[in-house]
Ligand binder design. Structure first.
Ligand SMILES: *[C@@H]1O[C@H](CO)[C@@H](O)[C@H](O)[C@H]1NC(C)=O
Length: 363
């Protein structure tokens, strides 16, 4: 008897349970947020144990110790801000990458340049085009005070980087030289990459900057539509005497200079360079020497391969400045350093961040 009653009760409970479960299932799969929440908790708990391939498995290059700075270029007296140096040289329309329909033209860059109208940092721009110079000044004066912008028009033929063009053309015209559009095909594209270091050098030598940090930022670096003014500030945890880049691929220490060029390999991205002038000047010397050394060995590509070769163990030029290679956890974000600098400014406007940090510490 008691047994039957128990069985009855059990069946009733089961029916009730099934009924509600089925009901709720029809209404809303309530367990999905729970699963996501548990997944996130586990991810958080095991985050430190997810292998960091770039630092544990592949390793970084062996960096030199921080050298003595070139004190005559020190910017220690200036505020802890970033001056942005950028440039545009008219190369006409060229194919970018292996797909023939993907072409970059003056209009592509004019479009991307728009973001600079909202960049609330000191900007020093160089160009060989009067049209771009006027346009850039006009864009920058729309929302920002004039004192934040310098535009310098210069001639390509006066620049070290562009004087290399005939030699690079000669290397690229070798029948068996690798063909990557436009890196190892268009000698002027290659020059326009080397010129970044030369322009930084001009800015530092002529003492055009009034901030602690100086950066190179490609004219086409900000590709999204900016709907308000934005500003970049130095992120936390910058290492003294290092030059900062975004790492985008692992560093393979067995790569010979020829392999790096044959495979068009990239280790750190060249679009955003951040450092202090007294160390950047040393880096720039190393960069120029490596570029010339490569040309003498009939090797050439863009700045990204020059950097890879300079820091590889097979380089005849020994690098003197360590690099701080930072990367997004997805290891897929070419624009990470820029986003980090923007975030260094933006986060003061996010009132809930301290609260989130507090809760994440409780976990
Ligand atoms: C640019 O940023 C500075 C520093 O945060 C701020 O004082 C200034 O008002 C900003 N300029 C504009 C035009 O908003």
């Amino acid at each position: 008897m008691a047994c039957d009653r128990l069985k009855d009760g059990f069946r009733k409970g089961q029916r009730l349970y099934n009924y509600h479960l089925r009901e709720e299932r029809n209404v809303y799969p309530f367990y999905i947020p729970a699963i996501i929440y548990i997944f996130l908790l586990l991810l958080h708990a095991f985050w430190d144990h997810i292998p960091d391939y770039w630092n544990n498995v592949y390793k970084q290059p062996t960096y030199p110790d921080v050298p003595p700075p070139m004190l005559e270029y020190s910017s220690a007296q200036y505020p802890n801000d970033i001056t942005v140096v950028t440039g545009y040289f008219n190369l006409g329309t060229f194919q970018k990458g292996p797909l023939s329909y993907l072409k970059f033209s003056v209009d592509t860059y004019k479009n991307w340049m728009n973001a600079y109208s909202k960049l609330n940092n000191s900007v020093i721009a160089f160009t060989d085009s009067d049209e771009i110079a006027q346009l850039f000044k006009k864009m920058r004066s729309k929302y920002l005070p004039e004192s934040l912008t310098q535009v310098h028009v210069l001639k390509r033929d006066d620049l070290w980087a562009f004087k290399l063009a005939p030699k690079i053309k000669d290397i690229y015209s070798e029948p068996n030289y690798p063909k990557y559009m436009p890196n190892t095909v268009n000698e002027y594209y290659s020059c326009a990459m080397h010129v970044k270091y030369e322009l930084l050098e001009i800015v530092i030598k002529k003492k055009l900057l009034k901030t602690r940090y100086v950066s190179w930022v490609d004219i086409g670096y900000f590709r999204e539509e900016m709907n308000k003014l934005f500003r970049m500030e130095p992120p936390d945890n910058l290492k003294e005497g290092h030059i900062v880049y975004t790492q985008i691929h692992p560093f393979y220490d067995y790569m010979q200079p020829e392999d790096i060029i044959k495979s068009n390999s990239v280790w750190i991205a060249g679009g955003f360079i951040l450092g202090t002038p007294e160390y950047l000047m040393i880096m720039i010397e190393d960069y120029k020497k490596t570029t010339e050394d490569m040309i003498s060995k009939r090797l050439m590509d863009t700045d990204q391969q020059v950097l890879y070769i300079l820091y590889s163990q097979y380089s005849d030029i020994k690098p003197r400045v360590p690099i701080q290679a930072i990367y997004h956890l997805c290891r897929c974000n070419w624009f990470f350093l820029g986003e980090l600098c923007r975030d260094a400014y933006d986060r003061q406007f996010r009132p809930f961040v301290p609260l989130l940090n507090f809760f994440s510490q409780l976990l």
